[in-house]
Design a protein around this ligand. Structure first.
Ligand code: C5P
Length: 213
């Protein structure tokens, strides 16, 4: 699974990132481990330490995160993409610190790879779970994302004044599959992670049963 933000370097001391604390992803990693899974946690830079029994693979950029995911895909039954991966990165990272010589500078950004879509299109596709954080029509966007990224499940949080999950210990999640939706409500990330892992385990076994019958 992936968690945390990514860091897209501009030069050796600066970069583009986001407010993801990694708390939701680390809670999911701990819950999956507690449920008996062997967990690889591919994480962007956070202030958190790895949950006990979880293998932490520390990365910085989306490209590094993608390489780590590609490296582990062959031994992966379930992939959970919780990371807030930067959509764009600077086209060039300078090797030395950028000087403030000009009044105005223009930053050219290029698209990052979509890690989750790469996983769900892989020939050894694991059971694939995505996350979505939306400010408007979250459920509609999440249903569209479930289909466009070819996911088995998507966990969606509505980012609003009442629920700003970034850095918080609380969150609010709705879990959507092609056939049903369950509102897990607003509670601690630890509790939500345990319930989410329960839904993932149930759906994963259902899929195996259908494939084997
Ligand atoms: O498209 P969007 O960024 O809203 O999708 C969010 C989901 O896709 C999350 O599960 C996130 O981890 C994953 N993602 C990814 N690689 C990207 C962008 C998003 O794996 N470049």
């Amino acid at each position: 699974m992936t968690a945390g933000p990514t860091w897209e370097a501009l030069d050796p001391v600066r970069g583009l990132s986001n407010h993801s604390s990694g708390k939701m992803g680390y809670a999911v990693a701990a819950a999956a481990r507690k449920a008996g899974a062997d967990v690889d946690l591919i994480s962007g830079p956070t202030a958190l330490s790895a949950p006990s029994g979880v293998r932490l693979i520390a990365v910085r950029s989306a490209d590094e995160m993608m390489a780590a995911v590609q490296n582990g895909i062959d031994r992966c039954d379930i992939f959970i993409g919780v990371a807030a991966v930067a959509d764009y990165r600077p086209a060039h990272a300078e090797e030395s610190k950028i000087k403030k010589n000009d009044e105005r500078v223009t930053l050219e950004l290029v698209r990052n790879p979509d890690i989750l879509s790469w996983v769900s299109a892989h020939h050894k596709r694991p059971f694939t779970v995505g996350f979505a954080a939306e400010t408007n029509n979250p459920l509609e966007y999440a249903r569209a994302k479930l289909a466009s990224k070819n996911l088995d499940l998507i966990a969606v949080n509505h980012v609003s004044n009442q629920n700003n999950p970034f850095g918080s210990d609380q969150n609010q999640l709705v879990v959507i599959s092609a056939t049903d939706e369950s509102d897990l409500g607003r509670k601690s990330k630890t509790q939500l992670a345990a319930e989410l892992v329960g839904v993932i385990a149930r759906k994963f076994h259902e899929r195996h049963k259908t494939q084997n019958s």
